[in-house]
Design a protein around this ligand. Structure first.
Ligand SMILES: [Zn+2]
Length: 149
């Protein structure tokens, strides 16, 4: 334990020396990065850099908040405009994009959708245009279930 902390102190000393000299070939230091989506700055800590390097992963492009909010690569999110349970299809809307057809066969987990559902999906294509695939329900406003018709 004492050996390890002594080594740590020695490493800290070397780090500060290197920092004083200038840029090291292999930079390992807390780094301020800027989110590609929202533009805010965030800290990319030494610990996270080491964890990522061990996993062979590249530097993050987004701040921690956007990493939670954004869908995974190749996935997209939208709201259900309407869904007809009897006809077994509906439409999903996204901001600034055309609405997307969603057939019942594309649903993963949920048996049906309803207006206002937040869903995540992949974009596919059929003869008539784009369709939603591998649709998962992220959030449903339960209050809407009790809405009188
Ligand atoms: Zn962000």
């Amino acid at each position: 334990m004492s050996n390890a902390s002594a080594a740590g102190r020695s490493q800290d000393f070397q780090d500060s020396q290197h920092a004083a000299i200038g840029k090291r070939s292999r930079e390992v230091d807390d780094e301020i990065r800027y989110c590609e989506r929202c533009g805010i700055s965030y800290l990319w800590s030494i610990e996270e850099q080491r964890t990522r390097a061990d996993a062979g992963a590249p530097a993050p492009e987004h701040c921690p908040g956007c990493r939670v909010l954004l869908p995974p690569p190749a996935r997209t999110r939208g709201l259900v405009k309407w869904y007809n349970i009897r006809k077994r299809y509906g439409f999903i809307v996204r901001q600034g994009e055309p609405e997307i057809f969603v057939p019942a066969a594309a649903l993963q987990g949920a048996r049906f959708l309803q207006t206002g559902d937040l869903v995540e999906f992949s974009l596919g294509q059929n003869q008539e245009g784009p369709i939603a695939q591998d649709v998962i329900l992220l959030q449903r406003d339960e209050a809407l279930l009790d809405k009188p018709r």
